[in-house]
Design a protein around this ligand. Sequence first.
Ligand code: SIN
Ligand code: CO
Length: 396
Amino acid sequence: MRYHADMKKNLAHVDKKQQLASLLGGISPEHFLADYWQKKPLLIRAAIPSFQGLLDPNELAGLACEDEVQSRLVIQQRGKWKLESGPFEENRFAKLPETNWTLLVQSVNHHLQEATDLLQHFDFIPHARLDDLMVSYAPDGGGVGPHFDSYDVFLLQGQGKRLWRVSEQDDLSLVDGAPLRILENFQVEQEYLLEAGDMLYLPPHVAHWGIAVGDCMTYSIGFRAPAAKELTQEFLSFLHDDIASMQSGAGNMYSDPDLELQNQPAEISAQMVNKVHNILSNIRWDKHDVARFLGKYLSEPKPDVFFDTPKPITMKIFTERLKKNGIQLSLKSQMLFHEEYCFINGELVEQASADIEAIRMLANQRKIPPQDFYTNALVTQLHAWYLSGYLVFSKQ
Ligand code: SIN
Ligand code: CO
């Protein structure tokens, strides 16, 4: 039995290696990270050779009509750019011009299992850096105009063809007053015509403009990198929450039994400043605090994400189904870990060492296969996450 399981594991490993070789155009992930990631663009022909997309334009438009889905329409009319934000009425699409517009839908991976599966091809970049899968549809001439993004992106072509104009120009000034970020002086340096399955990697701040050549759909695998200012503000707010739970008893009060007579009663004395300075110098943090903060912050769902909670089931029924089906993260769940800390959707759980392997498997692969043996602590934890809508049973 064990021999068989190991063989399967090795085969999966070979498959994954082959998939990655084609995804990155024959170069290894190590080579990609060393020479391209955050450094220079890379065009990969037939990155996913038979890729034709995961959904059709109608299905994409359907998603753009839903309340909890972020979507945009960008329309180019007489040299001007117009932006409309979703959710859209169904009849909006019938009124659009024949050409020169595009529909963009964010976080398609929250709604489509195949989209989450597609993101798993990009596991050579840490999950903590991944943002989402955005899908766009455009008829001939459609696109979002010349712009730059602050994040890394893999632009994977679905159905149809798109002409990408790319420039590593330094001038990133934007058109003033435009409803979307349009570069004022876009100087094309390279042009690539992408067909289904081709992919273009762009590091942050590389100027680009994708123009649909006939009807086309593009899948953007987008990454994120928090700004230092945002990280600092968020960390201070994390510390603030920690401090809020501090005891405020008699021993923790400002006190001055050594108070000396002041000539000027309105003066804040040097003695008082020193005392408060001493209290505040107790604010300290170490790498464990940073790790706890980072995991909570990076796994926190975006404000528009809501989890669908299932009909409650007892622990007994849950355990039976767990053993039969195995369990997986629901599409909207984000799970990360650092040492014994495990983070799911902005919550921190310290994991017992007996369960660390299973928890890490769930975080890395987004699923745990059916097994006969789980510790009680693990089943209790998984049951609670299931009831919160963070997990769903795997399909058999
Ligand atoms: C698109 O899919 O048209 C836009 C993707 C991008 O330029 O980032
Ligand atoms: Co872009």
